[in-house]
Design a protein around this ligand. Structure first.
Ligand code: AMP
Ligand code: ZN
Length: 313
């Protein structure tokens, strides 16, 4: 992004026969581009991704999981721009100021684009993340991830949506892919696809930003004037994914486009060999809440049961 040569012209303007100075340079695409064309370029790339992976049909009811961060708010903005009737869903995780600030930003944005934002609060549903961290001796990010996935799926169905869109970007996908490759985790690799079809009690899950880098999305939100939460969740500090991302960014700096090529090549060449290789787990319905589960009771209901035991004793 940083090597825009002074006086470079926007290539898109050039193809349209006009001359305008570029505002940024996209090294992975060797593209100097102006702000207006950049905003449109991002929307078109996301549209292409949606089409290529057949993520969304016109009559789908889409729920966008919004965290208040740049990716998910931008995704919501782009889907609405593309004409989809997409509403938002925010989970208040109860992480002090971080959750309050991000909730306010999600509400503000929903008003700007005039779409419904559904909000749930973990303190009403289960327990806020800091309390869950205290009670269960597991890494916070893993508990948080389990709880978020559970409520995203459950509430999407209850609210009548059949597609759940998340703001995972290229950097997120490449970091996970990289880790799964380091351990050759065939089970995870066989499911690392930007669309997971509706089945076994799950709504369809899509990641339309899977080809957009973190920097590209930050720039989109900045140019578009989207106000988003700029600081990390306090529990994310030291999370191993952050280190992996730093390492991958250093490689990308040396060879622009490497991240995208790694991801695209996986989807094209490796994923087809993996996709039927996972050990199919027969899912049951949780006997308490009815959500898909490996065991008789799902992990969130198990947490609830343990919390009740604690409060009784
Ligand atoms: P993360 O798991 O924090 O990397 O976030 C990945 C994606 O999950 C985001 O892009 C959002 O789409 C969604 N997400 C994360 N946190 C929340 C939240 N508190 N409420 C709703 N969706 C969320
Ligand atoms: Zn359950």
């Amino acid at each position: 992004m940083n090597s825009l040569k002074k006086g470079s012209l926007c290539l898109i303007c050039k193809t349209k026969g006009t001359k305008k100075e570029a505002d940024i340079y996209l090294p992975a695409y060797r593209l100097p581009i102006c702000k207006e064309h950049y905003l449109d370029w991002v929307v078109r790339r996301v549209e292409e991704t949606i089409k290529e992976f057949r993520m969304i049909k016109r009559d789908d009811r889409i729920l966008v999981a919004v965290s208040g961060g740049k990716d998910s708010l931008a995704l919501w903005d782009i889907l609405v721009k593309l004409g989809y009737e997409a509403d938002g869903f925010y989970i208040n995780l109860g992480i002090g100021e971080y959750s309050e600030d991000s909730k306010e930003l999600a509400i503000k944005f929903s008003k700007e684009i005039n779409r419904t934002l559904h909000i749930i609060s973990l303190k009403d549903e289960l327990l806020p993340i800091p309390k869950l961290k205290e009670k269960f001796n597991k890494p916070t990010c893993s508990v948080c991830g389990t709880v978020k996935r559970y409520y995203m799926n459950k509430k999407a169905k209850e609210l009548g949506y059949n597609v759940l869109a998340t703001g995972h970007n290229l950097d997120d996908e490449v970091a996970v892919l990289f880790k799964n490759v380091l351990t050759w985790d065939i089970n995870y690799l066989s499911r690392q696809y930007p669309v997971l079809e509706e089945e076994d009690g799950f709504v369809r899950k899509v990641k339309p930003l899977c080809r957009m880098s973190e920097k590209e999305m930050a720039l989109y939100s900045f140019f578009r004037g989207i106000e988003y939460i700029e600081y990390e969740c306090p529990f994310a500090e030291g999370a191993s994914t952050i280190e992996t991302k730093k390492f991958i960014s250093a490689l990308e700096e040396k060879s622009p486009g490497m991240k995208l090529q790694f991801y695209n090549s996986f989807l094209k060449r490796v994923y087809p060999l993996m996709k039927d290789k996972d050990q199919k787990v027969i899912l049951k319905s949780c006997k308490i809440c009815g959500e898909p589960s490996v065991n008789d009771t799902c992990s969130v209901c198990n947490m609830k049961l343990k919390i009740e035991d604690y409060t009784k004793s």
